[in-house]
Design a protein around this ligand. Structure first.
Ligand code: ZN
Length: 226
């Protein structure tokens, strides 16, 4: 029987695959074969006893298969649902203050630097490269109040091939670091500009981010006060 027209295979891997599905939070598949076509789509995941039939049907040779070692396994990309990209510039440091003091002492003054596109490009490139390297294939990013560099973050994400929502921060009140805030009118106008500049997913990302961030910070403040 003739095979239907299919895009050629780009990769065939053999080894252990770990994933989750509706019926199991973690499923470990030993001795499996996974095929990926040139569009990057997984086209099969089958037990290795199907190898001969798969090879015939997809036209690959044994020498095309990349075999994982005993200590290697594949897993799906990780999803970071809450990451503040500008704060990457001081990741792992400045952990000596409670949240509100931490925001006014470190975070807002740092975020205020992101109206400088060279600075923003340098840090945003590092955060996207690092998260991808660590296996984060999808992320929900917060940027800053600056529209142009928030869009720059989206462009960097596109360039490196990560999937993401990018939210512009909207902040029309900030007594502690007054240089880092917008007027309400600017905030609305810039948010509209940002959404028109990219696609509607950014609007969704914005609201998701705002909702989650405020909820998270409010809850954390409440918790710290207990
Ligand atoms: Zn947050």
């Amino acid at each position: 029987m003739d095979s239907p027209q299919r895009p050629p295979l780009a990769h065939v891997f053999r080894g252990t695959f770990v994933h989750s599905n509706a019926s199991a939070p973690m499923e470990v598949l030993h001795e499996h074969l996974l095929g990926v076509d040139e569009n990057g789509t997984i086209v099969f995941l089958e037990q290795t006893d199907q190898q001969e039939e798969l090879a015939r049907s997809w036209g690959f040779k044994t020498s095309d298969i990349r075999e994982l070692s005993n200590h290697e396994f594949f897993m799906p990309g990780m999803v970071d649902t809450h990451i503040h990209a500008p704060q990457y510039s001081f990741a792992g440091t400045r952990v000596d203050l409670p949240l509100l003091q931490w925001l006014t002492t470190y975070t807002f003054p740092t975020e205020a630097k992101y109206n400088d596109s060279d600075f923003a490009e340098e840090v945003y490139t590092r955060v996207v490269r690092r998260t991808l390297k660590n296996g984060t294939t999808t992320a929900c990013y917060f940027a800053t109040i600056y529209t142009d560099t928030s869009l720059l973050l989206a462009e960097i994400i596109d360039k490196f091939g990560q999937r993401a929502f990018v939210g512009k921060v909207c902040m029309d009140m900030n007594d502690s670091v007054p240089q880092y805030k917008e007027t309400t009118e600017d905030s609305v106008q810039e948010t509209e500009r940002k959404c028109l500049s990219r696609h509607t997913a950014f609007l969704m990302g914005l609201f998701l981010n705002l909702y989650k961030c405020f909820r998270y910070h409010a809850e954390r403040e409440w918790y710290l006060k207990q």
